[in-house]
Ligand binder design. Structure first.
Ligand SMILES: [Zn+2]
Length: 149
């Protein structure tokens, strides 16, 4: 009873396609556990005791980029293309999709599918942390905002 599985992770949007790296988390009464691809538990968090309000993937964009994508996308680093992170908000029991503003609405809906959020509530949020090269350039020239206009 009172055990729930959700998916968290990170993603990029490259030429309109999504690259997703996902991890499964199991939420229990007072702890959550994050599992790797082989079903091995790699992190246990006592979220009630430690006042942790969100589940976030253990993946970092920089290390995952190095590991899987750097050879394929030679002229890019982890911050070149639009990227974001899918978390789970333990207080409101819903996912949070952090997205660069270049991530299309179509792809937001594909993320909802890929992270199996469909049918549940979620919010889409912006963060200075998730800005692609284009957004950074726009921002520095002061003709853009990370938020929707
Ligand atoms: Zn952008």
């Amino acid at each position: 009873m009172s055990k729930k599985e959700i998916i968290v992770g990170i993603y990029w949007q490259i030429d309109d396609e999504l690259l997703c790296n996902k991890e499964v988390a199991e939420i229990k009464e007072s702890t959550f556990e994050i599992f790797d691809d082989n079903g091995k538990c790699i992190q246990t968090v006592e979220y009630k005791k430690d006042n942790v309000s969100r589940i976030s993937s253990t993946f970092g964009h920089d290390s995952i980029w190095e590991k899987f994508y750097t050879r394929k996308y030679k002229n890019a680093d982890y911050a070149t293309h639009p990227r974001g992170r899918v978390l789970y908000d333990l207080q409101n029991n819903r996912h949070i999709i952090f997205a660069d503003k270049c991530v299309t609405q179509d792809n937001i809906l594909k993320l909802v599918e890929a992270f199996e959020i469909g049918g549940s509530e979620y919010t889409v949020e912006r963060d200075f942390h998730y800005m692609c090269d284009k957004c950074v350039a726009d921002y520095e020239e002061d003709n853009g905002s990370i938020f929707d206009d």
